[in-house]
Design a protein around this ligand. Structure first.
Ligand code: ZN
Length: 360
């Protein structure tokens, strides 16, 4: 840092040189850098909004051949909270998918699948799952999916699968209903309830619980703690920030922090967090009990088809009949047979076609 400061001091003000620097950890900058006469102007660059995303997609899409049906404004709408780097990865990923399927241009199908891949990781079609594991995961994800469907303030359900992806055995993918600047209390409570619904479903439908809910529990606890200590949303503790005193700006808030509240308050914070999570967990269980048959149906369908779109979950809930999906979907078993036939046609040396989660 001293080196930067010395270099900057070397310029005269009339030389017409502008120094621009970027960081994603402004909290860790030494105050010396920000003193007047050094970096004078700070420009916050937020995640791009829908217009910005369309612009970024257009820039990166110049490198690939797009099919005629491609409308980048639709993809921009489907990618809230994506960063510029993620949008670039999406285009690259879509090009790879197009190549692996012998397509001569990137079409909408490739782009949408690339979006899922960038946001939620690659599907691991080859990992073999025990039948019992599959069953519990199906109930866990059905719990999330049902909660997402019924909770008014949570994000909208996009897709639910029990195809392993990344570190997890299944996934319930959500899509923001709108891009929000501030999160309301009701919305946060619905979020926690949605996260708890996975574990709640395990408890209600498989009378045992698994480690699969670790990530849900982690995230829910984080939100509840923020609600109490940062966002002033606990009635008992009031709108006060219970944080850490920053002893060294340079090392960042994670290090050398000292609590600025008493033991007694610390205990109250823990109690409030417990209360928040506990009541959301109960709410999740009530919701699942109330819609027990629907959870059962979604889980059965997941075990048969592996992936369900929002529209398919809605069809299930409305018709209460698993056969209502039959005309539109192939079962996991049928897909495996299709794939085998495809492989035979292609010959042994050619790479096998990529597995898709058919939710056409
Ligand atoms: Zn979960």
């Amino acid at each position: 840092m001293n080196a930067i400061l010395v270099e900057m001091d070397g310029f005269e003000t009339d030389e017409g040189i502008i120094i621009i620097a970027a960081t994603n950890r402004p909290d860790m900058l030494d105050p010396a850098l920000l003193r007047p006469g050094r970096f004078d102007k700070v420009i916050m660059v937020d995640l791009p909004d829908v217009k910005g995303r369309e612009g970024i997609l257009k820039v990166h899409a110049k490198k690939v051949r797009l099919a005629k049906d491609v409308d980048l404004s639709v993809i921009a709408k489907l990618t809230p909270m994506f960063s510029g780097a993620e949008l670039e990865a999406l285009i690259n990923e879509a090009a790879l998918i197009a190549v692996s399927r012998d397509k001569d241009a990137v079409d909408m199908e490739c782009l949408e699948e690339a979006r899922d891949k960038v946001k939620w990781g690659t599907q691991k079609k080859s990992r073999v799952m025990e039948e019992e594991d599959r069953r519990i995961i199906a109930y866990h994800e059905s719990g999330h999916a049902l909660a997402a469907y019924y909770l008014p303030d949570a994000d909208k359900l996009h897709k639910v699968t029990i195809i392993p992806r990344g570190m997890s055995g299944g996934a319930t993918m959500l899509q923001p209903k709108k891009e929000l600047l501030n999160l309301r209390r009701k919305r946060l409570l619905d979020d926690i309830t949605l996260m708890m619904a996975g574990r709640a479903a395990e408890e209600l439908f498989s009378n045992d619980v698994t480690t699969g809910a670790q990530n849900d529990i982690h995230r829910a606890t984080e939100i509840a703690r923020m609600m109490v200590t940062e966002w002033g949303m606990s009635d008992q503790l009031g709108p006060i920030k219970y944080g850490l005193v920053n002893q060294s700006m340079f090392l960042g808030a994670d290090f050398l922090g000292k609590r600025e509240f008493s033991e007694e308050t610390a205990r109250k914070i823990d109690e409030e967090v417990q209360k928040l999570i506990g009541s959301c967990y109960e709410r999740a269980k009530d919701l699942l009990r109330e819609h027990r048959d629907e959870v059962e149906l979604i889980a059965q369908s997941l075990m048969r088809y592996e992936a369900l779109s929002f529209e398919e979950v809605e069809t299930l809930i409305k018709t209460k009949d698993i056969e209502s999906l039959n005309t539109r979907k192939k079962s996991a078993e049928e897909r495996k047979n299709d794939k085998r036939r495809g492989d035979e046609r292609k010959g042994e040396n050619s790479p096998s076609p990529q597995h898709q989660s058919d939710n056409s």
